[in-house]
Design a binder for this molecule. Structure first.
Ligand code: ADP
Ligand code: GN1
Ligand code: MG
Length: 362
């Protein structure tokens, strides 16, 4: 748990009492799990089952009942779709476990918790180990978008309003430069200048949405590679996870975000920028996999904007890391000094290389 940016570990004994709100006794071990930047995630071992417990980050998710309804609607819908396509819903869709009182989350008076079945023998990647894995991740996210194409968007609330609204994000960034400490402003001066020089990027998708030249759809909105679970042995995709941000958005958010994270030659927080490059080869591989699933659904205009989406989503993420750095790290989990600034620098390096690679005049 984070209070004023100090990590306070909740004791295992206490976490056990939380898990017992959902399941009967027999919990033997609870350990921190995964590399997510938002929730506190734990792997829970029961006598003959594994679970994934999450303490929901209610700094960001202001309407937890709404969030949990979204997840419940979407996972129920996906289970039916997977069954129709003769898949295995227990492995391919995350399964939410309700409390003994039949609630979708447990509130202990301070924090909100949710529990999933742990998808066993799975692994997630912060960097694709080979091109096939990245191609398969495109098929997995593409299939996810394809299945959600038939989902009734009116069932969903906007869990985080303006989540991918680059225009309001740019305003937040400007505000953060007004309130930041002198020290952080100085340390981030190069990145601040970069963000300001390329500020036109903020409009490239938002204008298309406002002018209705591209449609609003139901999107995942957090499509980084480590939000897919792969089979540990075969490296084949099992399930798309992290469904917290599913809401109405553009397909371009999902495509662009996958490219920003996965078509890089280095991890998101690589400190040695000489290792960070945009791989056009990985971009093309992802595009092919994604279009195999989305052909017939994706519009011509959306297709034309795929390269632009990579630039917008990478710029956006860099801007979010930078804003958080200037706000003294209140949003993303940080694990070392200047972590958000390091993350921002990798994103801006990628933006630079993407602009060159796609030969765009910005
Ligand atoms: P965050 O919102 O903090 O990123 P996630 O929901 O992505 O949290 O969970 C963190 C990590 O835990 C994921 O990246 C994935 O590796 C793993 N994970 C999530 N859900 C499951 C699950 N049901 N079974 C196994 N591993 C999971
Ligand atoms: C967060 O939750 P996680 O770690 O999968 C963030 C994404 C960012 C990403 C950057 C709800 O994703 O929007 O793109 O970090 N999630 C939220 O790595 O803000
Ligand atoms: Mg995640």
């Amino acid at each position: 748990m984070y209070i004023f940016n100090i990590i306070i570990e909740i004791t295992t004994e206490y976490l056990k009492t939380i898990v017992y709100q959902f399941v009967d006794n027999g919990i033997t071990k609870i350990e921190r799990y995964g590399n997510g930047h938002i929730n506190d995630t734990y792997k829970v071992s029961g006598l003959n089952r594994l679970y994934l417990l999450q303490r929901i980050n209610s700094n960001l998710f202001k309407d937890v009942p709404g969030l949990m309804n979204n997840i419940n609607h979407v996972t129920s819908y996906l289970r039916e779709s997977v069954i129709k396509e003769s898949g295995n819903p227990d492995k391919e869709v995350i399964t939410l476990i309700k409390t003994k009182e039949n609630k979708k989350f447990y509130f202990d008076g301070f924090s909100y918790f949710k529990l999933y079945l742990f998808i066993e023998n799975s692994i997630s990647f912060d960097l694709a180990p080979n091109n096939d894995v990245f191609f398969d991740s495109a098929k997995a996210f593409g299939k996810f978008n394809r299945l959600l194409n038939g989902f009734d968007a009116s069932l969903l609330i906007d869990v985080i309003p303006n989540f991918h609204n680059t225009v309001s994000m740019y305003e937040d960034f400007l505000k953060s430069t007004e309130n930041a400490t002198k020290n952080r402003l100085e340390k981030a001066s190069k990145e601040i200048e970069f963000a300001k020089n390329l500020n036109k990027i903020q409009y490239l998708i938002m204008n298309e949405l406002n002018n209705k030249t591209i449609p609003l759809r139901v999107t995942h909105d957090d499509t980084k590679l480590n939000n897919i679970l792969f089979d540990k042995d075969t490296f084949k995709p099992l399930a798309v996870v992290d469904l917290d941000t599913i809401m109405k958005g553009s397909l371009l958010f999902d495509f662009g975000d996958s490219i920003r994270f996965g078509a890089s030659t280095a991890v998101e927080d690589e400190e040695d920028l000489t290792k960070v490059h945009f791989s056009r080869e990985l971009y093309e591989i992802y595009k092919n996999g994604f279009l195999e699933e989305m052909e017939g659904i994706i519009t011509e205009r959306e297709k034309e904007l795929l390269p632009v989406s990579a630039i917008v989503l990478t710029y956006e993420c860099g801007l979010r890391f930078l804003t958080d750095y200037l706000n003294n790290d209140i949003y993303f989990k940080v694990h070392k000094q200047n972590h958000n600034l390091i993350r921002c620098s990798t994103q801006f390096k990628l933006v630079e290389e993407m602009i060159k690679s796609f030969n765009l005049d910005l």
